[in-house]
Design a protein around this ligand. Structure first.
Ligand code: UN1
Length: 505
């Protein structure tokens, strides 16, 4: 099938896997083939970068940093504004590429690019608001203040499921902060990274700042390992699985670098007895099967109050049975494919484990007999102690549990290793407040009458426990990309010491 947008986005039959000042480098690593999860068709190939290419990208990034940091932050913001506009112009093509390469339905593919554009807009505003505080010194004739400086080269590691927006969460903010970056995208969705890079780097290059946006597409074993251990990269921001985050976090901590981790979730929705069930049904449905259950914010567990459990479960199962599953490019499709065959096998293995452990599969749980990696989303009824429900299976499986007491439901909800997103559906203040109180949800995101996924970029995004503790996007996320400096200035003729210490010579 011809996809005209590939040429418009600069995707060739074989693409180089590294870019820096002056564009793409002739890479010499192994060649990988990218196929569309929706059809199994080959889209294009990528020749991976090796360590020599990585060295070139780091050297150019460093040279670019020395220049870029001297540009005043609002002027950096103006260039970021133009990057946002460049993505706006190619939103349709880029959104289609996300859908073709990753398999999310087109409305979500376009939504993802919109999320990047929104990030650019947010970062433009931030570029004029990199505020520091002033303090009163305890010493006469002294003044104290804090200021924020760029850090240097930021390593950005992204997952396949948001191959465009998660980079933008980091890149747009890092750029206004005065940092330069090296992006290592997932090998499962590198074409979106190549296209995104081309659009944004063209703007940087036009302004004489080639090298600010580095791209390295390589294996974890060489490029990835070198990158996370590289002291020249003071900050590594990684979005992906808890397993990956643990490796990154440990390596970066060992060299006392800074890491920003946004990892997996095992997100739950509580539907209380007084909830608007129509609203809850829509929220649960999008949360559980949107992006075919491959968001870190996907709804994986559902706690139903016993008074509404039976009715809600039967409505849910009826809705699940009707979801249009198919080509994500076609309008009307709600459930696209999983990313690849491995993901299908993981889904099927989880279904077998559920049955072995005594869970009841109420619907779905099978693969769809057609080319591409399609599965039928599953609803599973189980006891809260079902062991497999404690794990994040990156696929559309929704575990349904029943509760009688709200505080018990909140306890169940918190009783997993991850702490990303959570929701309650209720019409009562007396139910939502305990959920939002400090003794309520332990997640980074807590919503009322909204599902667990689909967060706006204006709020800090991330969570606690095995989710890694980092926050990306949101109002003050720029602080993660800058170093803080405290300055004390003495304009008196004396040199008093703090804490009343005397040292007369
Ligand atoms: C992710 O799945 O890694 O809140 C990111 C959401 C999106 C971002 C998801 N805005 O679902």
């Amino acid at each position: 099938m011809a996809h005209d947008f590939l040429a418009r986005l600069g995707i060739d039959a074989i693409n180089n896997g590294a870019a820096t000042k002056g564009g793409f480098i002739e890479t010499t690593g192994r060649v990988i083939t990218i196929t569309s999860p929706g059809t199994g068709e080959e889209i294009a190939k990528v020749r991976l970068a090796n360590l020599q290419d990585y060295e070139k990208v780091v050297a150019e990034a460093h040279a670019a940093f020395v220049k870029w940091r001297m540009l005043p932050a609002p002027a950096r913001g103006e260039i970021v504004r133009q990057m946002g506009d460049a993505m706006r112009k190619q939103k349709d093509d880029l959104g289609r590429l996300v859908t073709l390469e990753m398999g999310k339905v087109l409305s979500e593919g376009l939504g993802e690019v919109q999320e990047s554009i929104d990030m650019a807009d947010l970062a433009v505003g931030m570029s004029r608001q990199l505020f520091g505080l002033t303090m009163h010194s305890e010493r006469p004739g002294h003044r104290m203040y804090e200021q924020w400086h760029p850090m240097g080269i930021v390593g950005i590691i992204t997952a396949f499921n948001f191959p465009n927006a998660v980079w933008a969460w980091n890149a747009m903010v890092a750029a206004i902060a005065g940092d330069v970056m090296i992006w290592k995208p997932s090998l499962k969705a590198p074409l979106t990274a190549i296209a995104t890079h081309k659009i944004c780097d063209a703007v940087m290059t036009e302004h004489g700042f080639g090298g600010v946006m580095g791209l390295i597409i390589g294996d974890d074993a060489d490029v990835g390992t070198t990158m996370i251990n590289d002291r020249r990269l003071p900050l590594i921001s990684a979005t992906g699985s808890c397993r990956m985050g643990r490796i990154v976090g440990e390596a970066v901590a060992k060299r006392l670098g800074r890491s920003l981790l946004e990892l997996g979730g095992n997100n739950a929705i509580i539907v209380h007895k007084d909830a608007d069930l129509d609203l809850a049904l829509r929220g649960v449905a999008f949360g559980a099967v949107g992006t075919a259950g491959q968001r870190c914010t996907s709804t994986r567990r559902l706690f139903l109050h016993q008074d509404i459990a039976e009715e809600f479960t039967s409505r849910l199962v009826a809705a699940f049975k009707k979801f249009p599953i198919g080509d994500p490019m076609e309008s009307g499709t709600l459930v696209g494919p999983l990313i690849d065959e491995d993901a299908v096998q993981t889904f099927l293995a989880a279904i077998s484990t559920i049955q072995e452990q005594g869970g009841e599969v109420l619907c779905g749980g099978t693969r769809v007999d057609r080319p591409g990696s399609y599965v039928v989303p599953a609803v599973v009824r189980a006891n809260v102690d079902l062991p497999v429900a404690k794990e994040e299976t990156f696929a559309p499986i929704l575990y349904v549990f029943t509760y009688s007491d709200l505080s018990q439901a909140i306890g169940f909800q918190n009783d997993v290793d991850q702490g990303l997103s959570s929701s309650i559906f209720t019409d009562s203040f007396r139910a939502s407040e305990p959920f939002l109180a400090h003794s309520g949800s332990d997640c980074g995101i807590a919503n009322v009458n909204i599902g667990t996924s689909g967060a706006e970029i204006g709020g800090a995004f991330g969570g606690e426990k095995d989710t890694g503790g980092g926050r990306e996007a949101g109002s003050d996320s720029w602080k993660a990309y800058m170093r803080r400096q405290t300055c004390t200035l003495n304009w008196s003729k004396d040199l008093p010491l703090a804490q009343g210490v005397t040292f007369d010579i």
